[in-house]
Design a protein around this ligand. Structure first.
Ligand code: FCB
Length: 486
């Protein structure tokens, strides 16, 4: 087991200053908050379809209305301003902009024009993500991310968004968490489109990365002055028993399939040799998945970027032996039967470590964040990093006095900020933190059952209410630090 005795929370209480200019923000994603799924020409995405699959989403929830942000956007921006956020990370809905993956609908672009104008007027820097999982259903019908052509459709979509608002958005990230899109979507089936096709996840991952590379390359060549990047979600894969050869090997395989499968192509222009060897016997539609990798792809994928978005919620304890109590990435999301997203790792388990857990059942492991950031800085030639997501769901309730008391969330964020700061001290170049999420929203396969927001949303009335954590976070942003900043 990892020694967790030096958790950053041991130093809780001490004041801590962040570097000047450190960016304090919050994040959301289009399908999770917008609603208005049939308005202004928007057509179904894979999530609209998946929500209708029996047992796929808890309580049969859908994003049809979500937080109704599409209609309440100016009020939501006013809330961000009240919190003193320096930046807001949001995603653009592909099925609004190119509803069937083909022709552009100007009305879809207009919504994002209004959003970025509202943000800029409020002094909040827009941080745009082009793809946070809402592939147009029409493109999935043509094979989705297992079809190489989808990467080229993505490049067309990106170009149309950039032509419309490229002049008013400083930072552009191509993809949010391609691990989830590829492996939860095409191998495990926990996420849309819900396919459970083994090595299809690897093929999808490659095409997602090709999509990323095409867009970065194209924007670079067009001379666009924006900062370009990608957001990856990482785990810290620790062997359950470091003395056990099987556990060590299981942890290596999970690290490869979760972290290095994206890091190595982006920063080294190659797939990790051990991953290729581990998966050599896996085929999809009768062919090795590596047939998807064509000459020139890795050169595009490794086009230099300016910002690496790091999403961190927790690490994993990994074992190559059966264990009863598991809490890992393959834990069940909803009722529908799914498979492990880790293709070829059907023997791997994720035993609990007895750490405190959030309402997601995710273990709270802030020290993993320090190790992750330091590792990225040491092992890869990374550009400035930003924590583009970190946060926690808890079963928040509105008190009789109208307050939402969420001390666990405050403690979670504080511990992770201390862990981030510890990484800064070890030389990692991290320039900002975006809490996930600005407001409670549609938490994918968990529907509305999990509340991650700084802002509480009453889904019956759409009333927004700042939780205690929101006020606390506003204070952190204002002081640029924790406690009485030294
Ligand atoms: C991440 C997603 C984000 C949200 C958080 C809790 O994997 O990017 O949309 O669901 O998890």
């Amino acid at each position: 087991m990892t020694d967790l005795s030096t958790r950053p929370s041991d130093r809780a209480g001490a004041g801590l200053a962040f570097p000047p200019g450190f960016v304090w923000g919050a994040a959301t994603a289009a399908y999770q908050i917008e609603g208005a799924v049939a308005e202004d020409g928007r057509r179904p995405s894979i999530w609209d379809t998946f929500c209708r699959v029996p047992g796929a989403v808890v309580d049969g929830d859908t994003g049809d209305v979500a937080c109704d942000h599409f209609h309440r956007m100016p009020g939501d921006v006013a809330l961000m301003r009240e919190l003193g956020l320096a930046s807001y990370r949001f995603s653009v809905a592909w099925p609004r902009v190119r509803p069937d993956g083909g022709a552009v609908d100007q009305r879809g672009l207009d919504f994002y024009k209004r959003l970025v104008d509202e943000l800029n007027d409020a002094g909040i820097a827009p941080w745009l993500t082009l793809y946070h999982w809402d592939l147009p259903q029409a493109l999935e019908d043509a094979g989705g991310w297992t079809n190489r052509d989808t990467a080229y459709r993505f490049a067309e979509y990106a170009a149309s968004v950039h032509a419309a608002i490229g002049d008013r958005v400083p930072v552009w990230t191509t993809l949010n968490e391609p691990w989830c899109s590829a492996f939860l979507g095409y191998t495990g089936g926990q996420h849309a489109p819900g396919r459970q096709e083994g090595a299809a996840g690897l093929v999808a991952a490659h095409h997602l990365m090709l999509a990323h590379g095409l867009v970065v390359d194209e924007l670079r060549r067009s001379g666009a002055g924006n900062r370009l990047g990608i957001t990856l979600n990482f785990t810290v894969a620790d062997p359950h028993d470091p003395a056990d050869e099987l556990d060590r090997d299981a942890a290596r395989r999970i690290d490869a399939l979760h972290n290095r499968v994206f890091l190595d192509p982006v920063f080294r222009g190659e797939y990790p040799a051990d991953l290729v060897a581990d998966t050599a016997a896996l085929s999809w539609q009768g062919r090795p998945w590596t047939d998807a990798v064509r000459d020139g792809d890795l050169g595009l994928i490794s086009t230099p970027i300016d910002a690496l978005g790091v999403n961190y919620y927790k690490g994993d304890s990994v074992s190559g032996r059966p264990h009863e109590s598991v809490t890992g990435a393959d834990a069940a999301h909803a009722e529908r039967a799914t498979r492990t997203p880790f293709v070829g790792c059907e023997d791997v388990t994720f035993p609990t470590r007895g750490l405190p857990v959030t309402d997601m059942g995710w273990e709270v492991q802030p020290e993993g964040l320090t190790r992750l950031l330091v590792r990225l800085a040491r092992e890869y030639d990374v550009p400035p990093m930003y924590l583009t997501e970190n946060g926690a769901a808890y079963a928040d309730a509105v008190g009789d006095d109208g307050r939402v008391r969420d001390p666990e969330r405050i403690a979670y964020v504080e511990e992770h900020l201390r862990a981030l700061h510890a990484a800064l001290e070890e030389g990692a170049d991290v320039r900002g933190y975006f809490y996930w999420s600005l407001m409670d929203n549609f938490e994918w396969a968990y529907g509305y059952a999990k509340r991650f927001g700084l802002v509480h949303v009453d889904y019956a009335t759409q009333e927004r209410r700042l939780k205690d954590s929101a006020r606390w976070y506003a204070g952190v942003a204002a002081r640029n630090g924790l406690g009485s900043v030294p």
